[in-house]
Design a protein around this ligand. Structure first.
Ligand code: DQQ
Length: 650
């Protein structure tokens, strides 16, 4: 049974200043709000300047690094108060240790070290804070990426708007003016996350969450002002916004992030919105014909007890056999459906593969033990608020994701920027295992490969660490294959060892058959190093379980950065070699094992292993296994980032 949704539960209260209008960029309103912010910003600037000066006294410049990048760390930074739970979303910054934590003596957080951290081929704006990818799409020859952006500073701050950039290849980007700002009562507290739907006639419909003047989460409709403009510079907000308000029983602050819509058998459009009921994460389902009037379906598409608020839900088909991605409305024989939720409680993106019944509007996971939020993750490192889109240009499904900082907020403010987007990944069902997705960097990233160094059949004895002479290890694409010699695989005793990456000593915890792999972003003395590695556990019946891990515990001499060990099990089928691919891009490292079955994104903030002092080593810390490794290592070029308009101010 369907209920048309009523808005009696929440009566929006438009105020004079932010009353609904058609245009998106109301400069008069913006400047009035800016004036009211001036005092706060002035005060914050003074505070930030004091913090910066204090930091410089405490962390004197080590002065022994050559500056190789031209990024300028701003001398004066504006600090705005970060927002969080009170506004209905969790704090977006990495806040450990506390802002006032005691730093170590002689700690070299100087401009040179901070400048190195900026990416070379991952997407990021010229400056300031960025979080979730929004409304990715392909239109008239251009890939568009919108993103959550704070135009005023390097934290998730006083207002969040939609940044916008375009690319013809998903790698080289042109920055465009901000697409949508906080200019109406229904989004004055934030133009939050949303998704695009491309209708069969080519029209683009954008639905996004607005945080209202009362911090209520509502859904709004927007569309391009000029569909003939391939750059989609101007956006119009629908005068009847909001088109959806929280339904009865749903908290005002638990109703956000509409998905791309797909066609129902009746020819309507259907989409889901993330929410929660007590501690149960849920996806509310709505049908619409015109994206202005919606009907809430009975029940939910899916819910999982104990998973908390579902942010940025995503729902899409994958082909069980084909090598292409599928458009969101595609269904039929040989199609599975993926349900993804970003769990606000633990800030990770979980997916599950299952079966969708378009008639009942329900989805069930293939394996209830691997349900959404309790099973598989896209990535076992730093990877959140992701969103896929169907790329009609190359017939593939592409995944975008926000990679946050895991250093301190003080450092972000000094750098003048925070967060990058992951390299877009193609998503396919894994036909060999039948139980997971395969994620792989889009093929266009290969165009950045420069000179290649090949290492063939390198023997790594137990306990060995071997340097790989490749020049600077700051921008690399590494592919590696590892073979464990058969004799040791057979000789090693079966154990009941319960292994996981985190709790078994990381890369220094020695077992018979691991860990072994690569040390990246290591200095020559290995005083800083980030091991990315495999560990094999031999269980009863000779059953082998392989783990793929990244250990950040020695990644930096600094103490105010994340030092976790991340990773998970990776399926390895009989006869397969162990393979990994690692994209090293300064402080962002993306690692893929077994063709993308298990992935780990790292943020790494070395203080010594930077510029030409960043090196790569092979290591084998197993006590029994001899390893043979073969590698290709490419230096990577820097992607172009242009600002499309000379006078662009964002
Ligand atoms: N980020 C947006 C929300 C979303 C959250 C606000 C996820 O719409 O739920 O910036 O990071």
């Amino acid at each position: 049974m369907e209920h048309p949704i009523t808005i009696s539960h929440y009566t929006p209260l438009p105020d004079g200043e932010h009353s609904p209008s058609l245009t998106t960029t109301n400069t008069a309103e913006q400047s009035s709000r800016r004036r009211s912010l001036t005092f706060v910003l002035l005060f914050s600037s003074i505070l930030a300047a004091c913090l910066v000066m204090g930091t410089m006294v405490l962390f004197p410049n080590s002065g022994n690094e050559a500056v190789e990048k031209s990024t300028v760390v701003p001398e004066e930074t504006v600090e705005v108060a970060p927002r969080g739970v009170a506004e209905g979303v969790s704090m977006k910054s990495f806040r450990r240790p506390a802002l006032n934590a005691e730093p170590p003596a002689n700690f070299p957080w100087n401009s040179n070290v901070l400048s190195w951290q900026r990416s070379s081929f991952h997407f990021q704006p010229n400056q300031n804070w960025m979080n979730d990818p929004n409304g990715p799409l392909f239109y008239k020859g251009w890939y568009h990426l919108f993103y959550q952006y704070n135009p005023d500073g390097a934290i998730w701050g006083n207002k969040i708007v939609w940044g916008h950039a375009v690319s013809s290849d998903l790698i080289h980007w042109k920055h465009l003016p901000v697409a949508m700002v906080t200019d109406h009562w229904y989004d004055v507290n934030g133009v939050w996350t949303g998704s695009a739907t491309i209708l069969p006639d080519g029209q683009i419909v954008m639905l996004y969450t607005g945080s209202t003047n009362e911090s209520v989460q509502v859904q709004n409709l927007a569309y391009p002002a000029d569909p003939s403009d391939p750059l989609l510079i101007e956006w119009v907000k629908y005068p009847g916004n909001p088109v959806l308000v929280p339904p009865p029983g749903i908290d005002f602050k638990d109703f956000r992030d509409p998905t791309t819509a797909w066609r129902t058998p009746e020819g309507k459009w259907r989409l889901i919105i993330g929410s929660k009921l007590n501690k149960t994460g849920i996806s509310l389902v709505y049908d619409t014909v015109d994206f202005k009037n919606f009907t809430l379906l009975d029940g939910v598409l899916h819910a999982v007890h104990g998973t908390g608020m579902w942010e940025c839900v995503d729902f899409y088909p994958v082909s069980k056999f084909g090598e292409n991605g599928l458009d969101t409305s595609f269904d039929g024989v040989g199609v599975k459906h993926v349900m993804k939720a970003s769990l606000d409680d633990d800030r990770n993106d979980y997916y599950a593969i299952g079966t969708y019944d378009p008639v009942s509007g329900k989805w069930v996971p293939d394996n209830p033990e691997l349900d959404v939020g309790i099973g598989l993750r896209y990535d076992y490192g730093i990877y959140y608020a992701s969103k896929t889109f169907y790329d009609s240009n190359k017939k593939r499904r592409v995944l975008w994701s926000w990679i946050k900082e895991t250093d301190s907020e003080i450092s972000d403010v000094r750098k003048g920027w925070a967060s990058v987007q992951g390299i877009p990944r193609t998503i396919l069902f894994d036909p060999k295992t039948g139980s997971n997705l395969l994620q792989w960097p889009v093929e266009e990233v290969n165009k950045l490969r420069l000179n290649k160094t090949v290492f063939e059949n390198v023997e790594i004895n137990t306990g060995a660490v071997l340097p790989l002479e490749i020049g600077s290890g700051s921008q690399l694409d590494i592919t590696a294959e590892f073979e464990v010699d058969k004799e040791s695989l057979e000789r090693v005793q079966e154990t009941n060892e319960v292994y996981d990456c985190k709790n078994n000593g990381g890369s220094s915890g020695r077992g018979a058959l691991g860990p072994f792999g690569l040390l990246i972003l290591a200095d020559k003395d290995l005083s800083e190093q980030t091991p990315v590695y495999f560990y094999i556990a031999k269980g009863s019946g000779g059953n082998l379980r392989t783990f793929f891990c990244a250990d950040h515990s020695r990644s930096s001499k600094a103490v105010d950065v994340d030092k976790e060990i991340y990773g998970s099990v990776v399926p390895v089928l009989r006869g397969e070699k162990l393979t990994m691919r690692i994209l090293v891009d300064h402080s962002i490292v993306e690692s893929f094992s077994q063709g993308g079955r298990t992935c780990i994104t790292s943020r790494v903030y070395p203080t010594k292993a930077i510029y030409n002092n960043a090196k790569v080593f092979l290591f084998n810390n197993a006590t029994e296994a001899r390893i043979i490794a073969s590698l290709n290592i490419w230096q990577m070029n820097t992607a172009q980032r242009q600002t499309h308009f000379a006078d662009l101010v964002i």
